[in-house]
Design a protein around this ligand. Structure first.
Ligand SMILES: *Cc1c(COP(=O)(O)O)cnc(C)c1O
Length: 370
């Protein structure tokens, strides 16, 4: 067999077919290099090393603000630590009903806050409805029988793949300030939202009223490090003690810092997010041309929700493609792209959907479905 053909076929066989989440990707070469570079020699433990100082400086520059930085191993830990620092046990955290803190963290925010209540707010496209927030921001405040509204958490980009516009964040920030509620941002996909808005990290956060951020990096190029970034210096010591108490103060913090350094240096994080988002857009454009596929919402970040006929879902699964389906509603499918998704991965999926459609519908396959 012709060697080049053989390689191509093998390539096609082994090309990744997973679109379940962006956490199935590996790590960026820059991050790998950074972690390798700090793997020899000695460093002071528990975050008192030079590299951790460097990352603190980098993030202060990124956010154009004095910040306290706490590197942790999961986004759930970042969220729970941040929320615990601003919510007493008798408090409530206001968030969207579909928020990761509400649906996907096994009660970690309740646990870390020693029992605060999560209040679920409605809203389209995974974003908190502003009127619902206003109505709940001071609800039962002062009533000894009720949990006290204590903090607000928004997800940027949202779990539905949408992105809050700056004006929307500002409006939420305004309500929070009026009601004296600290505002937390779950930025597991911070970079993906940022490059969509084409604004500065400062504009998307403290300038709009955000007090602290879970700055995600794991889904966009590191092995596994996220950061609590706080603009409120008065929260530093409570977060620090909570981090240690939660078993999140890594003794070899230099390796956490090295990942973040490799991620932030030379704009790797922004390039990665731009690429991931472009892959989701390309996927949406391609799938939109496949009859029977209905795009739920144009992806604003790197997550695409669509409605697919059952036969098409089955067919794609049989071909080895992986994605969440029928979790939200029957027929609803979620595809997530990452910094490591290639144009070929996307074309494979679109091509497969197109080829599966042919026997389902009439014989004709629409042209130009790539
Ligand atoms: C992935 C994710 C997190 C963090 O999840 P971990 O598995 O704990 O790292 C937090 N928020 C959102 C919206 C996420 O998608």
């Amino acid at each position: 067999m012709d060697e080049s053909v053989k390689t191509m076929n093998e390539d096609k066989q082994t090309r990744p077919r997973g679109f379940t989440s962006d956490n199935i990707a590996g790590a960026s070469p820059e991050v790998i290099a950074a972690i390798t570079a700090c793997a020899s020699g000695q460093a002071v433990p528990y975050g008192n090393d030079e590299l951790t100082r460097t990352v603190e400086r980098q993030l202060a520059e990124v956010f154009e603000h004095a910040v306290d930085v706490f590197l942790v191993s999961t986004g759930s830990a970042a969220n729970a630590l941040a929320l615990a620092a601003i919510t007493p046990p008798w408090g409530s955290i206001l968030s969207h009903a579909d928020a990761h803190i509400n649906r996907d963290e096994c009660g970690a925010p309740e646990f870390y806050t020693a029992g605060a209540k999560l209040v679920q707010l409605p809203g389209g496209a995974g974003k908190i409805d502003i009127d619902a927030l206003a109505a709940n921001a001071t609800r039962m405040a002062g009533d000894i029988h009720s949990v006290q509204p204590s903090s607000v958490s928004i997800t940027q980009a949202t779990e539905m793949g949408s992105v809050y516009a700056l004006d929307e964040i500002k409006a939420i920030g305004h309500i929070c300030r009026s009601a004296n509620l600290p505002l937390h941002m779950d930025g597991a996909r911070f970079a993906n939202a940022l490059v969509t808005l084409r604004c500065s990290p400062a504009e998307m956060t403290w300038k709009a009223g955000v007090d602290l951020v879970s700055f995600g990096a794991t889904k966009n190029g590191t092995f596994g490090v996220d950061a609590v970034v706080s603009f409120r210096r008065d929260l530093a010591s409570t977060i620090a003690f909570r981090q240690k108490r939660a078993g999140q103060l890594s003794s070899k913090m230099r390796f956490m810092a090295a990942q973040m350094d490799g991620y932030l240096r030379d704009g790797v994080w922004l390039r990665n997010a731009t690429h991931a988002n472009a892959m989701a857009s390309a996927l949406a454009r391609g799938l939109a041309l496949v009859p029977g596929v209905k795009i739920q919402q144009r992806p604003e970040a790197n997550i695409l929700f669509c409605r697919l006929p059952t036969s098409l879902i089955r067919g794609l699964l049989d071909m080895g493609f992986r994605f969440y389906h029928d979790r939200w509603e029957p027929g609803i499918v979620r595809f997530v792209t990452s910094f490591a998704t290639t144009g070929a991965d996307v074309s494979d999926l679109i091509g497969a959907a197109t080829s599966l459609y042919a026997p389902i519908g009439s014989a004709r396959v629409p042209a130009g479905a790539e």
